[in-house]
Write a protein that binds this ligand. Structure first.
Ligand code: DC
Length: 216
């Protein structure tokens, strides 16, 4: 059974690569960033600010947190929230919500439950270091800051969203800094993971690079 961890900063191409890889191998894909985004969206809607709260506040949110995935879409308690979780107001606070210890331990437990005993491609920030730490198949995908910002900018335009390259760069830099400096679940390339720089590579080339190094 193959369980593949793909970590890396925003815009490194994780989502595209993970999706292509999961399709190639015919196995489940779990976008763990979408889970943190959905959680942040639910908190915002309930006026829970991204600040320290007693565990019971987070537990109450988790009690009403039911996620389903169908193809490329994410459903929160039956509602399709796939587009809303990419909105700038979620983007701006998701890293802060994902930094709380209790939120992370509940989310990691949920992710491990979903992945238990089945082949899966999981992409995120702490998959190789925490969620699938025993898997021999860990990859860290990155690209230069310039390339990552350009990709995100293009993605926005393709989705018909307004986008300004400099603001994209600034927001991305802020989120990376925040993701790398969290006390728990921070983005780090584990020494056991295989590092792939995607700046000059196509999606197919990255997928091939991963497949050729899989330990089955
Ligand atoms: O991959 P993404 O950009 O959709 O992730 C959204 C946020 O969630 C990101 O700022 C970091 C956080 N995240 C995390 O802390 N751990 C993960 N495994 C995945 C995402």
């Amino acid at each position: 059974m193959v369980q593949i961890a793909i970590d890396g900063p925003a815009g490194a191409g994780k989502s595209t690569v993970a999706k292509a890889l999961a399709e190639r191998l015919g196995i489940l894909l779990l976008d763990t960033g979408a889970m943190y985004r959905a959680f942040a969206l639910m908190a915002i809607r309930q006026d829970i600010m991204p600040e320290e709260h007693p565990d019971s506040v987070w537990d109450r949110l988790f009690d009403g947190f039911k996620l389903d995935f169908a193809g490329q879409r994410t459903f929160l308690n039956g509602e399709d929230i796939s587009d809303e979780i990419r909105a700038p107001y979620v983007e701006a606070v998701v890293s802060q919500f994902s930094a709380f210890r209790h939120v992370r331990s509940r989310m990691v437990a949920l992710q491990q439950e979903i992945a238990a005993g089945r082949p899966v491609v999981m992409e995120g920030r702490d998959i190789g270091t925490v969620v699938l730490k025993d898997s021999p198949n860990k990859f860290y995908l990155s690209a230069s800051e310039e390339v990552r910002a350009q990709r995100r900018h293009l993605q926005n335009l393709q989705k018909g969203l307004e986008s300004d390259l400099d603001s994209v760069k600034e927001l991305m830099h802020k989120r990376d800094t925040s993701d790398m400096n969290k006390e728990v679940g921070q983005l780090v390339a584990s020494p056991e993971s295989i590092y792939i720089d995607s700046s000059e590579k196509t999606v197919d080339e990255v997928v091939e690079a991963i497949i050729s190094q899989l330990v089955i």
